[in-house]
Write a protein that binds this ligand. Structure first.
Ligand SMILES: O=C(O)CCC(=O)C(=O)O
Ligand SMILES: [Fe+2]
Length: 247
C-alpha cells in the first residue's frame, strides 16, 4: 500500500464498499504479529486506564506505542486533515455490543476503526436529521399546515434514499467512514454472540476461511463471536478556540 496523503484517493478505488459516500474497508490492515503486539500492549495497560461503561469497557488515550499505527491510518487513508490525536479502545465480550449512535460534533467527520479479535457485524441505520422537525416548529400555524405536505414528501424521499445496511468487520481490518455514512446514519453492534452476515455490503471483501471458522455451519451465514473483540477508533479532535464564540 502506498504512503503519503497524496495517494489517499487510491484507497477510494481499491477499497470502497457499497454505493454510499463514503465507506472504505481494508482487510488485513495489520499483520497477525502486529495484532498480537497491539493486544498485548492494550491488555498490559493498568486497570486504572479502563473505564467501564454500559456493556463494554474502554481506554481513552494515545500512548506512544500507538503512534505507529495511527500514523499509518493517517498516511494510508489521506482522509484526516490533522494527525490522529484521539484513539478510543473498546473491548467487547462476545455478547456485548454498542447502541446505535452517531459520533459527536467534537471530531472531524471521519472515523477509522481498527478491529482486533473476534469478528463482528456493524449495522448502519438511517438517522432522520433534525431539520425535518425544526422547520415545522418554527413555522406559524398557517404555514405549518401548508408546509406539512412538503415536509412529509421530503421525509419520504429522504427515507427512500437511505436504507439500513451492515458491514462485517474482520479482525485486523480497517473500516473508514465519512460523508453521508457518517452524518446520515447511526452505527451500532448488536449485543449478541451469534450474528448474521447475510447481505453485508462487503461480503466479497471480508468473507474468507476465517469467517467460515466462525460460522455455525457452512450453509448459514452467521458468525459466532467466541472471543473478545477489541476495536481502536481513531479520530482527529478539532480543538475549538476558546474565544470563538466571544466575537
Ligand atoms: O467498536 C466499534 O467498532 C465501534 C466503536 C464506536 O462506534 C465508537 O467508539 O464510537
Ligand atoms: Fe461510534
Amino acid at each position: 500500500m502506498s504512503h503519503g496523503g497524496m495517494e489517499g484517493n487510491d484507497i477510494l478505488g481499491d477499497f470502497k464498499i457499497g454505493s454510499l459516500p463514503t465507506l472504505i474497508y481494508i482487510p488485513d490492515f495489520v499483520t497477525e504479529s502486529e495484532q498480537t503486539a497491539l493486544l498485548n500492549k492494550i491488555y498490559e495497560a493498568p486497570v486504572s486506564k479502563w473505564k467501564s461503561v454500559k456493556n463494554r469497557r474502554l481506554q481513552n488515550w494515545v500512548p506512544s506505542w500507538l503512534t505507529k499505527i495511527t500514523q499509518k491510518v493517517h498516511d494510508d487513508s489521506g482522509m484526516f486533515p490533522l494527525p490522529i490525536n484521539h484513539v478510543l479502545v473498546n473491548e467487547y465480550l462476545p455478547d456485548q455490543g454498542i447502541m446505535p449512535h452517531q459520533d459527536g460534533p467534537a471530531y472531524f467527520p471521519v472515523v477509522a476503526i481498527l478491529s482486533l479479535g473476534s469478528p463482528v457485524v456493524m449495522d448502519f441505520t438511517p438517522h432522520l436529521s433534525l431539520r425535518f422537525c425544526t422547520s415545522t416548529w418554527t413555522n406559524n400555524v398557517k404555514d405549518r399546515s401548508s408546509n406539512k405536505g412538503a415536509l412529509d414528501i421530503e421525509r419520504v424521499q429522504w427515507l427512500d434514499n437511505h436504507s439500513p445496511f451492515s458491514v462485517l468487520l474482520m479482525p485486523r481490518s480497517l473500516l473508514i467512514f465519512k460523508d453521508k455514512a457518517y452524518s446520515d446514519y447511526l452505527h451500532g453492534i448488536k449485543d449478541v454472540e451469534v450474528q448474521s452476515y447475510n447481505g453485508v455490503i462487503n461480503e466479497v471483501e471480508a468473507v474468507n476461511e476465517q469467517v467460515l471458522d466462525h460460522s455455525l455451519s457452512k450453509d448459514v451465514k452467521s458468525i459466532q463471536r467466541t472471543t473478545n473483540r477489541v476495536s481502536l477508533t481513531c479520530r482527529s479532535v478539532l480543538k475549538v478556540h476558546k474565544n470563538l464564540f466571544k466575537i
